[in-house]
Design a protein around this ligand. Structure first.
Ligand SMILES: Cc1cc2nc3c(=O)[nH]c(=O)nc-3n(C[C@H](O)[C@H](O)[C@H](O)COP(=O)(O)O)c2cc1C
Length: 312
C-alpha cells in the first residue's frame, strides 16, 4: 500500500486520466476492474449522458471509480448534483480553480483531486484543501498549461513544496517511466494517451490507430491564446499554422476552431479536419491493447525495473 492506493482503496497506483470522447463507463470500469482507478470523462457529456455512464459503470464494477470534471464545463452544477446523488466517491477536477467546489464535494464524503501544470497551482490546490493533486507535464495529451514544464522537472519541484499525495502525469506509457516518476517524488501516475489506445476507449478506431502510427515530434502544443492543447500535426493543425502566419486574432482562431472539432477528430475519426488530441508518449505506443494488457505491462515492467540494480 502507498498514499495513493490507500487514499482510493485500489490495488495499483495507476489512474486512467479523464479524457473527452475516450473515457466512458467501458474504459473506466475496465481500468478499475484491472486494479487501477478509472475515471469517466464528464467534459464531453451532457448531464443526462453522465448519469447514464455513472450508472453503467456502477453495474460494470464493484471497485472504486471516479469522475473527471473540467470546471469550466457550462452545466457544472448539474454534473455535481448527479455525482452527489448517484454516490460517486472520487472526483478529479481540472481546468479551473479548486476553491469553489472542493469543500462542497468533500462534505458529501467525496475525495477531490485537482489537476495542475505548475508548482504555483499545486500550492494553491493544497491551500484549497484537495486530497491529492495531479501534476501534469508538457508532454501530456489534451489541454495543458502554458508553462511548458516537463514532467521530469515538474514532479521533483512540486514534491519539494507540497505535503499531499502527488500523481505524475504527462508522457507516461511504460512501467519504467512510472517507476521514474515515483523516484522523482510522485506517489502514483495518471495516464491518458496509453489508455486512449485500448479496445475499451470509446474513441474511433482510426484515432486509436493514429496514436499507434505517431512518431516522436508528431504532436505539438498549440492554440495557447485560447486554451493550450497538444495536437497531432494534421490538416487542421496546418490551418492553425497558416492562421498564425497571417497574424490571426484570437477571435479568428476561435472561429477556425469552431464547435465540435474534438468530437469530429476523436469520436468520428476525421483525421483531416478534426482536432486530434494525444501526447508525446504516442511514440512509445506500438499496439492497441486491452486495458488488462496495459496494466499487466505497466506493473511487470515497473517490477522488473525496480529489481534491476545496475550499480550494486
Ligand atoms: C484525448 C484526451 C482527452 C483528454 N481530456 C481531458 C479532460 O477532459 N479532462 C482532463 O482533466 N484531462 C484530460 N486529458 C488529460 C488526461 O486526463 C491526462 O492527464 C493526460 O493524458 C496525461 O498525459 P499522457 O497523455 O501523456 O498520458 C485528456 C487527454 C487526452 C489524450
Amino acid at each position: 500500500m502507498n498514499k495513493i492506493t490507500s487514499l482510493f482503496n485500489i490495488q495499483y497506483p495507476i489512474i486512467q486520466g479523464g479524457m473527452i470522447w475516450n473515457s466512458g463507463w467501458r474504459l473506466a470500469s475496465a481500468v478499475s476492474n484491472a486494479g487501477g482507478l478509472g475515471l469517466i470523462g464528464a467534459g464531453s457529456m451532457y448531464p443526462d449522458v453522465l448519469v447514464e455512464h455513472i450508472q453503467k459503470c456502477q453495474s460494470a464494477t464493484d471497485k472504486p471509480f471516479g469522475v473527471n470534471l473540467p470546471l469550466m464545463y457550462p452545466a457544472i452544477e448539474e454534473h455535481i448534483e448527479s455525482i452527489i446523488k448517484l454516490g460517486v466517491k472520487i472526483v478529479f477536477t481540472s481546468a479551473g480553480s479548486p476553491k469553489k467546489w472542493t469543500s462542497t464535494l468533500q462534505k458529501e464524503g467525496i475525495k477531490v483531486v485537482h489537476v495542475v501544470s505548475s508548482s504555483k497551482f499545486a500550492l494553491k490546490s493544497q491551500e484549497a484543501g484537495v486530497d491529492a493533486i495531479v501534476a501534469e507535464g508538457f508532454e501530456a495529451g489534451g489541454h495543458n498549461g502554458i508553462e511548458e514544464t516537463t514532467t521530469l522537472c515538474l514532479i521533483p519541484d512540486v514534491a519539494s513544496q507540497i505535503d499531499i499525495p502527488i500523481l505524475a502525469a504527462g508522457g507516461i506509457a511504460t512501467g519504467k517511466q512510472m517507476l521514474a516518476a515515483m523516484i522523482l517524488g510522485a506517489d502514483g501516475v495518471q495516464i491518458g494517451s496509453r489508455f486512449a489506445a485500448t479496445h475499451e476507449a470509446s474513441s474511433h478506431d482510426l484515432y486509436k490507430e493514429q496514436i499507434v502510427k505517431a512518431k516522436e515530434g508528431d504532436t505539438q502544443l498549440s492554440l495557447k491564446e485560447l486554451a493550450p492543447v497538444r495536437l497531432l500535426k494534421n490538416e487542421f493543425w496546418n490551418q492553425i499554422q497558416e492562421a498564425y502566419e497571417r497574424c490571426a486574432t484570437t477571435g479568428e482562431l476561435q472561429k477556425l476552431l469552431g464547435r465540435g472539432r474534438a468530437k469530429k477528430g476523436m469520436f468520428e475519426g476525421n483525421l483531416v479536419e478534426g482536432e486530434i488530441e494525444f501526447g508525446q508518449s504516442s511514440a512509445l505506443i506500438h499496439e492497441i491493447k486491452s486495458v488488462q494488457e496495459v496494466i499487466n505491462d505497466l506493473m511487470r515492467e515497473y517490477q522488473e525495473s525496480l529489481n534491476h540494480k545496475p550499480f550494486i
